[in-house]
Design a protein around this ligand. Structure first.
Ligand SMILES: Cc1cc2nc3c(=O)[nH]c(=O)nc-3n(C[C@H](O)[C@H](O)[C@H](O)COP(=O)(O)O)c2cc1C
Length: 154
């Protein structure tokens, strides 16, 4: 169940960072991150999406301003990544990732082609994304994730 508060103003923050996790541990660590995230984010009405791709993370956090900022403050101290850079932050009219208190997606090689088209580059450099492209990227990932979930249910 996703807890969503209606009255407080909505804030969205998107950042990129570099993973500091051994490749063989990535699945386990992402699993642990998502479990902790769901538990904590549900308590404070934060929703979002975490993309893990080519040694980087790109994550969107949305919810009440204080909750988003304090969650990001905690995340940015986490030794499992470094060089966190905020790509977009500010008021949001509505939630883009209301489906999940947190959900992580690791890109497959096929997804990769979509991402490269979106960012119009030969390789993935999340630090170079504008606020608009970062959101476009994560909403594309949201579409892929929803389709995967629908296929799994069907
Ligand atoms: C890339 C990344 C994304 C994370 N996202 C979240 C998040 O959305 N919410 C959250 O509570 N913790 C998140 N974490 C984990 C936090 O850094 C921290 O370990 C966790 O909040 C501690 O929770 P606990 O005290 O309940 O164990 C993330 C960590 C990483 C490395």
């Amino acid at each position: 169940m996703i807890a969503i508060s209606g009255s407080k103003s909505l804030h969205r923050l998107v950042y990129a960072s570099r993973q500091r996790i051994a490749p063989c541990d990535l699945d386990d660590e992402i699993g642990a991150i998502v479990r902790a995230s769901i538990r904590n984010n549900r308590e404070v009405s934060v929703t979002g999406l975490l993309l893990a791709h080519f040694g980087h993370f790109v994550q969107a956090l949305e919810g009440p301003t204080e909750a988003v900022l304090s969650t990001y403050g905690r995340i940015s101290q986490d030794p499992r990544h470094e060089d966190s850079k905020i790509l977009a932050a500010g008021p949001a009219a509505s939630r883009l990732f209301a489906d999940w208190n947190m959900c992580a997606r690791r890109m497959t090689p096929a997804d990769d082609a979509i991402l490269n088209t979106l960012s119009q580059r030969d390789s993935f450099d999340p630090y170079a994304l504008s606020a608009q492209s970062a959101l476009k990227l994560l909403t594309a990932v949201r579409g892929i994730q929803r389709n995967t979930q629908l296929r799994a249910m069907g």
